[in-house]
Design a protein around this ligand. Structure first.
Ligand code: NAD
Length: 347
């Protein structure tokens, strides 16, 4: 069995709770090193992975370690260059979502992937849940018929991720909840429809919670930080196949509890996913039926990290390919332009 040398760039939240535990659980992965510009970010690394090497400079890490696989777990602004540099260093790349800041960057990453003949997977972990696995299968068996409308969103009441930190600075993040949270639920809706081509989008964005002093903020705000992204984005997308999609995503709004959801409406049935729970609305014997699949079983139907190894070894088709993420970047870019212009925009 081949053993893969693995490195991670960025030692923040997503490296800690997703990438290192995910790759660390695989028998054919050797976790070699992690890099972060902030020395304090290594506290948990030293405690949980005492044997791995730490670097402050990622080109130095790539050069010294010569990894087979690299995860990109840094703020969105750095995804493109780090991905391209990792390809150049001979590694396959598992890059966090959103793929990049805009479509051009996504195209540059795809070009480099092909030039260096490497694999690229985007960390859209919601594609790898038991629920997503079930719905894809259910749809491919024809149970929903033709899906012509979807509605999705991720609405937080006071969930601004570190107001003033990189998530709320457009220059580092590319935008607010649309590019951060929307990317998950809009992606799932499109994935379930087999990635139709978006042709137009009409969106509005709002920033109403700058300087908000609530004690109930989920994530600690940073003092005197920049907050120049939207805290709510809403929109409507038309696809080339005639289907449409509406979305609502917020970091903060005066609503009830946080929820993330997508709903698919087809000619034979509908599916609602909300916070890890599924409901199917259909007909049987000319009678309405509601079905509640229990997808909360122990074994994961799909493992994002094992899947990437299978993709590298050409055993499986990439479930979260850069091409889909590029389409998403194009849609998000057009949605922001639509909101700025105050009118519908071609995608
Ligand atoms: N898949 C998901 O559900 C999910 C969830 C959270 C975050 N993310 C994504 O993961 C990425 C990181 O988010 P996070 O929550 O871990 O952020 P974070 O702020 O917790 O961590 C980012 C880390 O990158 C480091 N960093 C910044 N510039 C660097 C550089 N030039 N070289 C090396 N390290 C550098 C920072 O010091 C920080 O420790 C983002 O793209 C985000 O959108 C995905």
């Amino acid at each position: 069995m081949k053993k893969y040398k693995y490195c991670c760039i960025g030692a923040g939240g997503i490296a800690k709770w997703k990438h290192l535990p995910g790759y660390g659980a695989l028998e054919n992965i050797e976790i070699c090193a992690i890099c972060d510009i902030n020395e304090n970010a290594f506290d948990w690394v030293k405690e949980k992975y005492p044997g791995i090497r730490t670097y402050r400079d990622y080109p130095e890490m790539l050069d010294s370690e010569k990894p087979d696989i690299v995860s990109i777990c840094t703020p969105n602004k750095f995804h493109k260059q780090m991905t391209i540099d990792a390809f150049k260093a001979g590694a396959h790349v598992h890059c966090e979502k959103p793929m990049a800041m805009n479509e051009q960057e996504a195209l540059d990453m795809i070009k480099a992937r092909d030039k260096y003949d490497k694999r690229l997977m985007i960390g859209l972990n919601n594609r790898f849940t038991n629920e997503a696995f079930f719905i894809r299968d259910y749809i491919s068996n024809g149970h929903l018929g033709d899906i012509y409308y979807t509605r999705c969103g991720w609405r937080r009441r006071r969930g601004i991720p570190g107001m003033g930190g990189w998530f709320t600075q457009k220059a580092l993040s590319g935008g607010g909840p649309l590019i951060d949270l929307g990317v998950h639920m809009i992606d799932l809706s499109m994935y379930m429809m087999d990635s139709p081509e978006p042709i137009t989008v009409s969106a509005s964005t709002y920033r109403k919670f700058e300087g908000c002093k609530t004690r109930n903020m989920v994530f600690d705000p940073k003092k005197n930080g920049i907050f120049d992204v939207e805290d709510l984005a809403v929109g409507f997308v038309r696809f080339a196949n005639g289907a449409s999609l509406s979305f609502e995503v917020s970091f903060a709004m005066n609503n009830d509890e946080e929820e993330w959801f997508y709903e698919l409406f087809g000619t034979k049935g509908g599916v609602k996913y909300r916070k890890g729970k599924l409901a199917i609305y259909s007909e049987m014997n000319d009678t309405l039926v509601d079905i509640y699949p229990d997808t909360n079983y122990k074994t994961k139907a799909l493992d994002e990290f094992r899947h990437f190894i299978d993709v590298i070894e050409k055993k499986k088709k990439n479930i979260s390919p850069a091409e889909d993420a590029r389409k998403m970047m194009k849609l998000i870019e057009a949605a922001y332009e639509s909101a700025d212009l105050g009118k519908e925009k071609s995608v």
